[in-house]
Design a protein. Structure first.
Length: 232
């Protein structure tokens, strides 16, 4: 938001990356923050940032709201009174929830085991509410040599776009309006080399894509361990 990027680990520890770094204007120092109360709801699977708060999709299907915090701060998260997100055959929830606005309902994008992205909006039903599918968006093949699309590892987005990150590092974007796609999928291939584990991605105000990945690094002690990276 406002050029900043928030990177969040599944346990609720995160870091804010300043605008000068995300805009490619120079080096920037990431500053930590923490979202508390998530572990009671399940590990964080995705986060969206809007309306001055984070909405966190958790492994249990619950959706948590956490006030956006300044660098170094802490925020207590609480479960929203929304129906759990469906899994569609996945053993873990791969989904992102988009906050409601004055003229837009809550929306969610959920990865199905079939490889498609199912877009939902929150709708009233009787005395309660349900997640109603507004569109099914398939993941295209990354190349003609592929026999099937790469698996989805993360989803992100807002009311204007949905992003799907796949296991091979590709990021597919769709422009959205009223819960439906208004463009063909635009694929962004990773410029970085192989031997990375691709975790998620987000769209920057410039239109560029920032990816969160992990890579093997050797420490001065000689130990080899996964090291997180943010790549534009």
């Amino acid at each position: 938001e406002h050029g900043q990027v928030a990177a969040l680990a599944s346990g609720g520890m995160g870091a804010l990356i300043p605008q000068e770094a995300t805009a490619g204007q120079g080096a920037g120092v990431a500053t930590p923050f923490s979202l508390e109360g998530l572990l009671e709801l399940g590990l964080a699977r995705a986060v969206s940032w809007g309306n001055s708060r984070f909405l966190v999709s958790t492994g249990s299907g619950s959706i948590a709201a956490c006030a956006a915090v300044a660098a170094g701060g802490k925020s207590q998260c609480s479960a929203l009174a929304l129906p759990p997100l469906p899994t569609y055959g996945h053993d873990k929830h791969i989904a992102v929830v988009i906050d409601a606005t004055d003229d837009q309902p809550f929306r969610a994008a959920v990865a199905a085991q079939s490889g498609a992205v199912l877009v939902h909006e929150l709708a009233s039903e009787g005395l309660g509410a349900v997640w109603r599918i507004t569109e099914e968006v398939p993941i295209p093949l990354s190349s003609e040599a592929q026999s099937e699309a790469s698996a989805i590892v993360a989803l992100a987005g807002d009311h204007g776009k949905i992003l799907a990150t796949t296991q091979d590092g590709s990021v597919f974007q769709w422009l959205m309006s009223g819960g439906k796609s208004i463009s063909e999928a635009k694929r962004e291939a990773p410029a970085a080399g192989p031997r990375r584990s691709w975790n998620s991605a987000c769209a920057l105000p410039s239109g560029k894509v920032m990816r969160l990945a992990s890579n093997w690094r050797r420490h001065p002690s000689g130990e080899v361990a996964w090291h997180p990276e943010l790549l534009i």
